[in-house]
Design a protein around this ligand. Structure first.
Ligand code: NAD
Ligand code: GLY
Length: 359
């Protein structure tokens, strides 16, 4: 088992990464206070992993099973959690455990942030995306009809337990979507990791455990370092949004129905690399290499053909990073180095988006 620490003073916590961790009772139990505990999951994950996790508890925990899917990540579902916690007399020493992907993790974390003004929670992420990104860093939220993740809080978990064995049941599209976030860490922070990914992508796609554990650990190390420096996204944490401004525009345009989030991040990272090349920040060959690595994870690299420049710009204006009508983008200054900027000629962006639309 690998273990790394997210250094946040009194709110520091470990991330454990390895095979069959779900079945290791001491790993979970040492983080649970002597009070009530609830496991929050969905029917898909419950069917696959509840029987393994159930065995590690001395006393059976409350099991809360929510509907599966992003469309249920809302305040109504959160209320279901609160009602069950109140009906079962959960108190301030109680612990919530998220067993599932990012949707379950974000909702459990937000429920823990709010219930009695904040209780402990543990992340047991079961998708690659949640193991390398959403379970780490304490961003918790639900969606509002007017916007994704618009109601939330920063609330750090007390531990993250990433069982790499759970990835064996993950649909291949979900695996690739998680790989998009893994690739993101290479682009923003670590050229050597990017080259490692270029070489080892086939092993990751075939779930080679050594390669996968390394990729998850490396991703978590990079994220943990950024979160430790900027927990509430006042500066450097914004780099974790590489590809997301283009990607969110695609998700909104396609009404969250056509692509997974990570697929949109993949397309968005290709666009960020191409636009960085347009601005003469990176070379053509680096831009081509970026596209090649993303494609090698079986991710799409082209936005929908019917997304015009005007649609892109209108939707990108609504991005949380946009300030005073300036679309702020995470751009590449090199492979392995990124920065946030709105200091570019908007005509070059418009021209680039027009060209993308026409090809
Ligand atoms: P998800 O939670 O919807 O999981 C994807 C699908 O896989 C679901 O149907 C789920 O039931 C299923 N699943 C989960 N584990 C499985 C397994 N081991 N085997 C088979 N099926 C399994 O999606 P996700 O990609 O994990 O997370 C996406 C969410 O994460 C979004 O809501 C996004 O906003 C959020 N997110 C949050 C952060 C953050 O920092 N908090 C970062 C990135 C994404
Ligand atoms: N997923 C982006 C962040 O945690 O900041």
């Amino acid at each position: 088992m690998e273990s790394i620490n997210v250094e946040l003073g009194q709110r520091s916590y470990p991330i454990y990464i390895g095979e069959n961790l779900l079945e290791q009772a001491t790993l979970l139990n040492k983080h649970i206070k002597n009070s009530k505990c609830a496991v929050i999951t969905n029917p898909t994950v419950k069917e696959l992993y509840w029987s393994s996790l159930e065995k590690v508890f001395d006393e059976p925990p409350l099991l809360i099973t929510l509907e599966d899917g992003e469309q249920h990540k809302n305040l109504d579902t959160l209320n279901i959690i609160f009602t069950q916690l109140l009906e079962n007399f959960f108190d301030r020493k109680s612990t919530l455990i998220a067993l599932g992907g990012g949707v379950i993790g974000d909702m459990t974390g937000f429920a823990a942030a709010c219930y009695q003004r904040g209780i402990d929670f543990i992340q047991i992420p079961t998708t690659l995306l949640s193991q390398v990104d959403s379970s780490v860093g304490g961003k918790t939220a639900v969606n509002h009809p007017l916007g994704k993740n618009m109601v939330g809080a920063f609330h750090q978990p007390i531990a993250v337990i990433s069982d790499t064995s759970s990835l064996k049941t993950l649909p291949s599209r979900e695996l690739s979507a998680g790989l998009a976030e893994v690739i993101k860490y290479g682009f923003i922070n670590d050229i050597d990791f990017l080259h490692w990914l270029e070489k080892n992508m086939p092993d990751l796609l075939s779930l080679d455990n050594k390669a996968m554990t390394y990729a998850i650990k490396k991703s978590c190390e990079i994220k943990a370092d950024i979160v430790a420096r900027d927990e509430t996204e006042q500066s450097v944490r914004a780099l974790l949004n590489l590809g997301h401004t283009f990607g969110h525009a695609i998700e909104t345009f396609t009404e969250y129905k056509t692509y997974l989030h990570g697929e949109c991040v993949g397309i968005g990272m290709v666009m960020a690399a191409e636009f960085s090349h347009r601005l003469n920040l990176i070379s053509k060959s680096d831009c081509e290499l970026s596209k090649k690595i993303i494609a090698s994870a079986n991710l799409p690299t082209q936005p929908p053909a019917d997304m015009s420049k005007d649609i892109f710009i209108e939707l990108m204006m609504r991005d949380k990073k946009t300030l005073n009508n300036n679309i702020r983008l995470v751009l590449l200054e090199k492979l392995g180095g990124a920065f946030v900027s709105s200091d570019y000629d908007p005509d070059i962006l418009a021209n680039y988006l027009d060209q993308v639309h026409q090809r």
